[in-house]
Write a protein that binds this ligand. Structure first.
Ligand SMILES: [Fe+2]
Ligand SMILES: [Fe+2]
Length: 233
């Protein structure tokens, strides 16, 4: 069976990731290279692992996460769909089963907020992992542009993490921001992404909670009930 390790050792995928990162850098986007791919791969896998999905499904999520942005090597627009089309023949060439390829390509083809839908568990994990990668390290060193809202928001995020509360089935995304941007600015550019995460969490039988600087941003009935119970105890 094709593993994440095989994908990492495949020079064609490495070259596509390198070119995708180069193209994003050229148009002034935040970091889209190996760091982003590695983070999304690991986070997507961790989410499914915490929710006790089969190990092979976790591995497919890790692979989808690693190669999800290769379409950026062609164009930012519709990079999910072009990326899926690029991945398909390469995965065939590596001898992966067609059902597994379709799981991966459907997830890649649905990870963009403009055209994406939560079509299966790998797509759901990929969406949450991808949309939760906001962090200071995504602003290239010496490349910070204070006039760019994406740079300001990413630079302001000193810490971010995705956790899965198994007991109450909540996927919690928490960020810590400093004053170089604001939660208002974060919401301006992340609103649709966070709503997509809510849908993805729901597909996984969970709710999604965004916590910014210790404050719950979206309503979460499970957490709200727990807090009320704690206060009245
Ligand atoms: Fe993407
Ligand atoms: Fe991405």
């Amino acid at each position: 069976m094709v593993t994440l390790k095989d994908i990492k050792e495949n020079e064609k995928f490495s070259t596509l990731i390198k070119w995708a990162a180069k193209c994003m850098e050229a148009i002034g986007y935040t970091e889209h290279g190996m760091r982003h791919c590695g983070f999304v791969s690991q986070t997507a896998k961790d989410i499914l692992s915490r929710l006790e999905y089969p190990e092979r499904t976790q591995e497919l999520a890790a692979i989808a996460g690693y190669i999800h942005d290769i379409g950026n090597s062609i164009n930012r627009k519709h990079h999910g769909m072009t990326g899926a089309n690029l991945a398909f023949p390469l995965l065939m060439e590596m001898g992966m089963e067609l059902d597994e390829i379709c799981m991966i390509t459907s997830a890649i083809g649905n990870h963009e907020e403009e055209t994406g839908n939560v079509v299966n568990e790998v797509a759901a994990a990929l969406i949450i992992a991808d949309k939760s990668d906001a962090h200071r390290t995504r602003v290239g060193r010496g490349k910070y542009n204070p006039d760019d809202i994406h740079d300001r928001v990413n630079y302001a995020i000193k810490r971010s993490k995705v956790e899965v509360d198994i007991q109450d089935r909540i996927i919690i995304y928490s960020i810590e921001m400093d004053t170089s941007s604001s939660i208002m600015e974060f919401m301006k550019i992340y609103m649709t992404r966070m709503m997509m995460c809510e849908k993805a969490a729901r597909y996984l039988g969970c709710s999604f909670q965004l916590v910014a600087n210790g404050q719950a941003i979206n309503n979460n009935p499970v957490l709200a009930a727990r807090k009320l119970n704690e206060e009245s105890a």
